[in-house]
Write a protein that binds this ligand. Structure first.
Ligand SMILES: CC(C)(COP(=O)(O)OP(=O)(O)OC[C@H]1O[C@@H](n2cnc3c(N)ncnc32)[C@H](O)[C@@H]1OP(=O)(O)O)[C@@H](O)C(=O)NCCC(=O)NCCS
Length: 195
């Protein structure tokens, strides 16, 4: 899932502090559907820089730069959320609505906020989004050596449906790309009357 974009100059460090966790949509989400081509581009440009700073902190070996986010944020169906701890960003998730399926494009939690349930909250938010749309499943890709992410996805019901051998090539070694999927269970809807 962590893409193949070229490295970027280091971003500024994010201010971090404690506080209550909230997960809110990126500003690009509602505005990207406004039928004025200049609006999503302008909004994407505003969101791209902070997203690239967060991405660098989460994926120091393969950061996506602001230009990559600008290109991504204007693609049809792209939506996302930022988790906030007090007034500071703690993590982000970007996904793409492909119709019957959604793909999680990237998810990351800043190191200071890990193991506090932020990653779980971000994925669960996208699962809730999927339930509001005609999406039957969510797919993502994870490196075979990314144990924290694989455990997170396993706890949230994702199972392996494919493998891309030797997909990730880094200085630290080569890893396969694992394709994981989970169905969207909407449960029983409607009223059941018992006699
Ligand atoms: C993977 C990542 C998003 C997890 O975020 P997080 O906020 O720390 O995860 P959570 O606190 O919500 O953890 C939920 C569960 O995932 C599993 N998990 C998360 N991090 C783990 C770790 N380091 N070791 C083992 N299990 C881990 C645990 O089951 C955990 O539940 P628990 O804390 O009750 O044991 C975060 O480590 C990260 O941003 N990593 C770098 C970027 C990345 O790899 N993104 C995914 C690319 S596919």
């Amino acid at each position: 899932m962590n893409g193949q974009t070229p490295p970027r100059p280091a971003g500024a460090a994010l201010p971090l502090s404690g506080g209550a966790l909230s997960v809110v949509p990126l500003s690009v989400v509602p505005l990207s559907v406004v039928p004025l081509p200049v609006v999503p581009l302008a909004v994407a440009a505003l969101s791209a820089v902070p997203l690239s700073v967060m991405h660098r902190a989460c994926f120091p070996d393969d950061p996506w730069d602001a230009a990559a986010f600008e290109r991504l944020l204007v693609l049809s169906g792209v939506f996302g959320h930022v988790a906030w701890q007090g007034g500071d960003p703690a993590g982000f998730i970007l996904a793409r609505d492909l119709g019957e399926e959604a793909e999680i494009l990237s998810v990351g939690v800043l190191p200071l906020y890990r193991r506090r349930g932020v990653g779980r909250a971000l994925i669960e938010t996208v699962v809730a989004d999927a339930k509001d749309r005609p999406i039957a499943s969510i797919v993502l890709e994870v490196a075979s050596d990314n144990e924290p992410a694989r455990r997170l996805y396993a706890t949230l019901g994702f199972t392996q449906v494919g493998r891309r051998p030797r997909y990730y090539r880094r200085e630290t070694g080569i890893a396969d790309g694992l394709i994981l999927r989970r169905g969207i269970d909407r449960g029983i809807t409607g009223e059941i009357s018992l006699r």
